[in-house]
Design a protein around this ligand. Structure first.
Ligand code: SAM
Length: 279
């Protein structure tokens, strides 16, 4: 009987049956933020995410596929494209795939990409009318992924991560973004730089605050808007709040003291883009 390790790999791929393989070890180590930071790489799991990456001009450094990948025409197409584009394609056994995958039910395709970081927008030279979302020290990767997804849907120019933020290239954030991490420019800056950016911003710099004076629906936003959101725990810092030309509140009914960060960001973005987005 032929063991999985002996079966012929797909053309363009090499067979891997060992967890000691260097590429397999690299992919597994990318679960750690430290390794993602040092290598500038990240992992995307699942055919749909990898197709989205391809649509946005990303080419994987590594593409791993399991025994079932050849059964799907889309997966076959992705493997052929990745091999043709120069990716190192690994045809791994089921047990190896199960160890690499973050999910219990492993996806048949897993890819490693290079992170892309955009430059911080320059207030003196705004690149267009679309809003930027600035997040102060966002902690929850699920929130961050959802915000990046909403930023794409609402036509934002990009998402700016200020201060000690969670990693948009973690597995959880990438998955929550539904692939928007490949579409939305992501930039980062120190927390001390955000107030200066807000003060110099050419359009409305609006901070969201539970003690904001204005109702978020009552402000005439001037494009390009800089939307500044506070952390999940402590909210907007005093320095960022003081630097924003507008401080708004989203009214709430009942006993809760705040909305979830990604929900508040979505409400704000859709209000800011009210006259731009059409069904
Ligand atoms: N305890 C925090 C505070 O005191 O601000 C709550 C933080 S809230 C979970 C996270 C962020 O979402 C806030 O910093 C703010 O940017 C935004 N946010 C949530 N609910 C809001 C509301 N009703 N009005 C304005 N901003 C809100």
């Amino acid at each position: 009987m032929t063991s999985p390790a002996d079966r012929a790999p797909r053309p363009g791929s090499r067979s891997v049956a060992s967890l000691q393989n260097d590429s397999v070890k690299l992919i597994r180590s990318l679960a750690m933020r430290k390794v993602r930071r040092e290598t500038g790489l990240f992992v995307a799991e699942g055919t749909a995410l990898i197709v989205t990456a391809r649509d946005h001009g990303f080419v994987p450094r590594l593409l791993v596929h399991g025994p079932g990948a050849g059964d799907s025409a889309v997966a076959r197409d992705v493997i052929d494209w990745a091999a043709g584009a120069g990716a190192d394609c690994l045809d791994v056994t089921g047990p190896v795939l199960a160890k690499i995958a973050a999910r219990d039910n492993p996806q048949s395709l897993i890819a490693v990409f290079e992170q892309r970081w955009a430059t911080v927008p320059e207030p003196a030279r705004p690149a267009g009318a679309a809003p930027w979302v600035a997040l102060e020290g966002v902690r929850d990767p699920g929130n961050l992924g959802s915000i990046v997804r909403t930023a794409e849907a609402a036509g934002a120019a990009g998402v700016l991560l200020a201060g000690a933020s969670c990693d948009p290239f973690s597995h959880e954030a990438v998955r929550a973004s539904m692939g928007s991490v490949f579409a939305v420019p992501l930039a980062r800056m120190g927390d001390a730089e955000l107030p200066a950016l807000a003060r110099a911003w050419p359009g409305t710099a609006v901070g969201t605050h539970l003690k904001g004076r204005a109702d978020f629906r009552a402000v005439a936003y001037r494009a390009p808007v800089l939307l500044v959101m506070g952390t999940e725990g402590d909210g907007l810092t005093a320095a960022a709040a003081a630097a924003c030309g507008e401080l708004v509140r989203i009214p709430m009914h009942g006993r809760l003291d705040s909305l979830n960060l990604s929900v508040a960001t979505a409400l704000m973005l859709y209000e800011i883009q009210r006259n731009v987005l059409r069904a």
